[in-house]
Design a protein around this ligand. Structure first.
Ligand code: SAH
Ligand code: F3S
Length: 488
């Protein structure tokens, strides 16, 4: 990626090359797009992260003057990958002392300045609520060659900016809330991202409209607990002349002072009214806030994606209680049954943790039974990873790794089989599909997402990218549909 000369700010004498490696969730993907956009507007040149392919090589070559990692803390493995890279970069820096190494994301929030002591070669750390200050921090390291950190403790970590460097032309991430007020005992998110904070509905609406004015057709709303969104009850009036003038804020009319908060179903309803916005997805939901009111809004709005991610974590009530998931298996099943009844074409996906503290063979069997009974359309299975300072850090991590692996594989196989069966049931249907991109691998083939976000590959002209078309699902190969265009 390079910049036109007129965009180059005078405060960067030589065009520095920056690379950002992104780990973890979509929220991090969004934050990296913001950081890349801000840096690029300051005159930095952005290059893709080339370190991954060299991770196992002894002769690491770093393709940037500034190497940043946007980190994840959810499981130990994600942190270990960053530590491994920090080790490699530290070694490289012995012979290339000008290299600037920086961290963003949840590891910064979790470990803070301690990381400077462990990695003296690390130059800067920027918290999730301070991304805007990244260009200044890099400048400070360049000038003073000392370790610098900006990590705020409260507030919201969402930055809406038209300087964002979006990866997709037609699709955009749109964070609407961050943090989590639940206290699932295994989870580090409430520690790294703090308590729930929502963007005011007015700001979300305005940003979504701005994205649409740039050609975006599909928006994915993001939040650690997206369906407990609770917008600002008193949206402030727009300052004179600010924002995109052609945007009408009509759907907000009558929602002024004292008329109560926007909840998530209301926000969805409001966003559905944006002309030109053709599809809206959201992730991740918590079962407690998955309500019939929400299902009703989805059922009546064809713009809302039919994919619903609802983590179950375990099929055993004993484990659910120990995890503080706030529901029993029967209550979760009731929600799924109701959702399927109200949104017949819904596709439900989930997360499962294998080998949580105290999990017995019977608990594991209950999760296997749950997967067979609930027949999710997709599921991610994770081996439990003890996270320091979470409530579960006080419980023994007592399921041996070999057992965790065995249970993980068993759950994975059960889920995969169900997924294949579910996909095969859809073969023969003609479904609405968003054309995401032309295939890099096979010329003349397009890659699309169905109404419930399943991947489908079909022959077609790359000028169709960005359109919603009807595609016939012909067969299933490796959990992907092969299809044929039915209608232009
Ligand atoms: N609602 C959040 C969940 C964050 S973590 C969000 O998506 O933003 C995503 C998934 O990682 C969880 O649903 C859980 O299945 C898994 N997970 C979280 N903490 C974990 C841990 N300590 N060990 C293993 N898996 C974990
Ligand atoms: Fe984590 Fe549970 Fe919140 S999984 S993000 S504490 S809902």
């Amino acid at each position: 990626m390079s910049n036109s000369p007129e965009k180059t700010a005078p405060n960067v004498p030589k065009k520095l090359v920056v690379s950002i490696a992104t780990f973890g969730c979509q929220m991090n993907a969004y934050d990296s797009e913001v950081a890349e956009g801000l840096l690029s507007h300051q005159g930095y040149e952005l290059v893709p992260d080339a370190l991954e392919s060299e991770a196992h090589s002894r002769n690491v070559r770093v393709n940037a003057d500034v190497f940043l990692m946007n980190t994840c803390s959810v499981r130990e493995h994600a942190e270990d990958r960053v530590y491994g890279r920090l080790g490699m970069l530290s070694k490289y820096k012995e012979t290339h002392p000008d290299l600037i190494i920086g961290l963003m994301g949840c590891m910064v929030e979790e470990h803070r300045e301690k990381l400077f002591r462990r990695f003296p070669a690390l130059d800067l750390m920027v918290g999730t609520r301070n991304i805007k200050e990244l260009p200044e921090l890099i400048e400070e390291v360049r000038k003073n060659r000392r370790q610098v950190a900006k990590i705020r403790h409260d507030g919201i970590s969402i930055e809406y900016t038209d300087q964002i460097s979006r990866k997709g032309r037609f699709h955009a991430w749109l964070p609407i809330m961050t943090g989590c007020n639940k206290v699932c005992t295994f989870c580090i998110v409430p520690i790294t991202r703090g308590s729930e904070v929502s963007m005011p509905a007015r700001d979300v609406y305005r940003e979504a409209s701005r994205l649409v004015s740039e050609g975006v057709k599909w928006i994915t709303l993001l939040g650690q607990n997206v369906n407990s969104y609770d917008g600002n009850p008193h949206p402030t009036p727009l300052p004179e002349g600010e924002g995109v003038s052609s945007i009408s804020l009509a759907p907000l009319a009558g929602r002024g002072q004292g008329e109560g908060k926007f909840n998530f179903p209301e926000l969805l309803q409001m966003l559905c009214e944006i002309e030109g916005l053709e599809k809206i997805s959201f992730t991740t939901s918590h079962p407690q806030d998955a309500t019939p009111e929400l299902y009703e809004v989805i059922a009546r709005n064809p713009k809302l994606s039919r994919r619903f991610h609802l983590p179950l974590q375990s099929g055993s009530d004993r484990m659910l209680k120990r995890m503080k998931r706030l529901h029993t298996y029967a209550e979760f099943k009731e929600k799924i049954d109701r959702m399927r009844q109200m949104i017949p074409d819904v596709s439900i996906t989930t997360d499962i943790i294998a080998g949580f503290s105290g999990e017995t063979d019977e608990d594991h069997e209950a999760t296997c039974r749950a997967l067979r009974e609930l027949r999710f359309d997709s599921g991610y299975v994770y081996k439990y990873s003890l996270r320091p300072e979470t409530p579960a850090a006080n419980l023994p991590d007592d399921v041996p790794m070999v057992i965790k692996e065995k249970r993980n594989n068993e759950l994975f196989q059960i889920q995969k089989q169900i997924e294949i069966e579910n996909l095969n049931k859809l073969v023969g249907r003609v479904v609405e599909t968003f054309v995401e991109q032309a295939s890099d691998w096979t010329p003349g083939k397009l890659i699309g997402r169905t109404y419930d976000e399943h991947k489908v590959v079909f022959p077609g002209d790359e000028r169709l990218v960005g359109q919603f078309l009807r595609v016939r699902l012909d067969e299933v190969q490796n959990l992907t549909f092969l299809g044929t265009l039915r209608e232009y």
